[in-house]
Write a protein that binds this ligand. Structure first.
Ligand code: SAH
Length: 246
């Protein structure tokens, strides 16, 4: 079955953009996923086809009009009632790998892209639109956020990644960052690949990788450790120890 992506945007010409290349591009060409864009401006009703207006209460910028947004959303929901409708917003639920997995396992996703100051809030009260944020920073528009969200989902669709198991050990899949990778040359600028990785001892390699995943997560992302079951071990002493020891 084709995973259906629909982007509601003022800039449909931005798509597929980066998703037309590499893994996602090949998967689009072979029908693993489909892409449809909906021009929000097509749902404007006044003679200037305006999609935005000044913010109630004053302040800088413009706000996307709820009547126009709702008409665009209704158009897509009438066609794809089972596809979740997300809206890109820094005020939304943070996107993480669990949400990506959930979306990739479903029929597809529709993504409403904001511009200017964002959406009239009444949209979220009146329609089943879920605001989603890609991180704690502000973009100029939702389209780049939609690329991020779609890219993360598409690589999980069956047949898109080379080896079927290559997603399993990835960062965040176990609640930890992934262990670090190395490849030839064995010595580069005097730095060697950790000896254990050349030992051929699969149990030892697995143990080393598990340890590194835990240590690196503890050092770089203590928030992940906290979220996924608390401190299992005391933190390793000396944040820079890796460079010398490996
Ligand atoms: N005034 C808003 C920001 C608007 S930025 C605020 O401070 O919350 C314009 C548009 O860019 C938003 O409507 C949204 O669609 C998109 N955008 C900006 N930052 C984003 C983020 N972190 N995640 C997802 N979308 C974002």
């Amino acid at each position: 079955m084709t995973w259906a992506a629909t982007i509601l945007t003022l800039y449909p010409e931005m798509f597929p953009g980066p998703l037309g290349h590499s893994l996602a591009g090949r998967a689009l060409a072979d029908g693993t996923w489909s892409l449809d864009t909906v021009q929000i401006r097509d749902f404007a009703t006044d003679k200037h086809r305006s999609v935005d207006d000044t913010p109630a209460g004053g302040g800088a910028g413009m706000v996307l009009k709820v009547d126009v947004l709702a008409a665009a959303v209704d158009h897509v929901l009438a066609r794809d009632p089972d596809v979740p409708m997300l809206a890109m917003s820094p005020r939304g639920r943070p996107l993480d790998q669990a949400l990506v997995r959930e979306l990739a396992a479903g029929p597809g996703v529709s993504v409403l892209c904001g511009r200017f100051e964002g959406f009239d809030e009444r949209l979220f009260e009146a329609r089943p639109v879920i605001p989603v944020s890609i991180g704690d920073y502000v973009l100029s528009g939702g389209e780049t956020g939609a690329f991020v969200l779609l890219d993360a989902c598409i690589r999980l669709l069956p047949g898109v990644m080379g080896a079927p198991s290559s997603g399993d050990e990835e960062s965040f899949e176990s609640g930890l960052l992934e262990y670090p990778h190395y490849t030839r040359p064995q010595v580069w600028e005097g730095r060697t690949i950790p000896e254990v990785l050349r030992s051929g001892d699969h149990a030892k390699i697995a143990a080393w990788r598990k340890q590194r995943a835990e240590d690196d997560t503890r050092l770089r992302r203590p928030d992940l450790i906290e979220r996924h079951g608390g401190a299992r071990r005391p933190p390793p002493s000396g944040a820079q120890r890796r460079e010398q020891e490996d």
